[in-house]
Structures are given as structure tokens and as C-alpha cells.
Design a protein around this ligand. Sequence first.
Ligand code: SAM
Length: 257
Amino acid sequence: MYVLETRHATTDSLPLPHARIEKPGHPPLLQIYSNQLIPLRKLQRNLSGKIRKLVLRPSTPFQLRIARRLLITSDHRIVQTKDRQLPRLKIRAGPAFGSGDHATTHLCLRYLSHFLSAHHQTPTTVLDLGCGSGVLTLAAAKLGARAIGWDNDPTAVSESQRNAKLNRLTHRVHFEVKDALRAALPSANLIVANLYDSLLLHLLPRLEKHRRSGATLILSGILQGQETQILRASRKLGWKLQRRGRRGRWFCLQFFG
Ligand SMILES: C[S@@+](CC[C@H](N)C(=O)[O-])C[C@H]1O[C@@H](n2cnc3c(N)ncnc32)[C@H](O)[C@@H]1O
């Protein structure tokens, strides 16, 4: 994986509806990721900037227990004896976001597991928007749901499919390269979106059909200070707040329609 970084382009001249300036007053840093070097070299001719090769460092093996219902680990050899009987999900430490140990993912996993345990007698379809490594889609499948995972990054979708095979869950999940802000969204009882605030604000009005059918919605990737805007927007659209959780500076919100 390569990244082109430039401070010479302004986002005004680029078709990037969701770009945002992290540090107002400073020139924006534009980062463009690609698996191939040639397309980045072509862009570099117009945008200037530097290309770096990203080196994947092996992450520390981890294990995460979700409410005594599921164990997520990057390496089954580190699973403690007392946890060996729990249903287990193995997530490869790959290029996509979502090993399970990030606060935003962790909160989603807790809410997801709680929801599925409360609705275990009802057939549930989970829609995971921005599936990354597939961790949430696969956790939902492991806990008994049918699950659909979308990501607009093809690398993430390949990684999700790989993790599905690794966990023998291919029959219960479906992954696709899709833009959650453009493609028609399939029906689901539970939608989980671990994105970031401005994407969530664009996504909310697209979920009207789900809200009317009584779906539950889990929104994550919300930093402290951003939750008020999300709460206001969702309330305006008729979503009712059910749970609100926090881990460090990250918030997760659960609504029902
Ligand atoms: C924070 S990661 C979440 C990964 C995983 N679901 C988790 O909870 O750990 C967000 C993911 O959303 C994807 N994404 C960003 N914008 C998207 C869009 N418009 N449509 C679909 N996926 C998107 C990114 O490629 C990334 O993989």
C-alpha cells in the first residue's frame, strides 16, 4: 500500500464531498491511498507531494471478550484457558481497520452482542456500513444473525472475505464494495455504522425506510464534542435514543425507529 501526501492541493479543486480540514488555518494535508504506485505517480504530477510506501507492522496479539458471549482474537494461541469454551472469532491483523480492540469497534461489539442476545428468538439481519476487516459483520454472524457488510474500499472487502473464510462464516455473511452514501441500502433490523461524524450526518437521512420499519441503529466513531450534533440530527429525523456509551473520548449511540 502506498500513500501520496500533498499540502499543495486544496480540497475546493477536488471532487471530495467528505473531505474536511483538521486544523483550520493550516494548509490541508491530502492523503491518497492506493495499492498501486503508477496511478499515484500520475496524480503526483498534477498535485506534487510525496509518495510513501506503508509498512505494515505486526500488531500485538490481542484477545477481547464481549460480554461472555464472544471472544475475538488475532491469535488463538494466546486465548486463556477460562475463555476456551467461548465462541471465537479470529481476526487477522491485516490492512483494514477493525481488529476489535479500537474503542469505537469495542463499543459496537458490546451493543451488537447485547441486541442479538435480547432478540435471539427473532431472525435478524444486520447491515454493517463501513465493515473494514469485517469484524462487526462476522461477530453478528457468529452470534446467530445474517449479516451484510459494505465498504467503499475494495481492500477492506477482500480482507472481510478473507476473515469470513478464516472463521468458516461465508454462508452467513455477504460482503460488497459499496458506498454507503450512494447505493440503495438493503433492509435490516439492525444497522451498525462505525464511521466518522460527517459521514454519519450524511448517512442518517438515507435510513428513513429502516427507521419506519422499526430498525435499531448503532452509530460509532463519534468523538467527544461531536455527539450533540449527531443526537440533534437523529432526533430531528425521528430516531429515539436507547443507549449512549463512551470509551475514552469515543462515543457510541444506539437508537430505535
Ligand atoms: C472506522 S472503520 C470501521 C471498521 C469496522 N466496521 C470496525 O468497526 O472496526 C470505517 C470503515 O468505513 C469505510 N468507509 C468510509 N466511508 C465509506 C462509505 N462512504 N461507504 C462505505 N464504507 C465507507 C472505510 O473504508 C473503513 O473501512
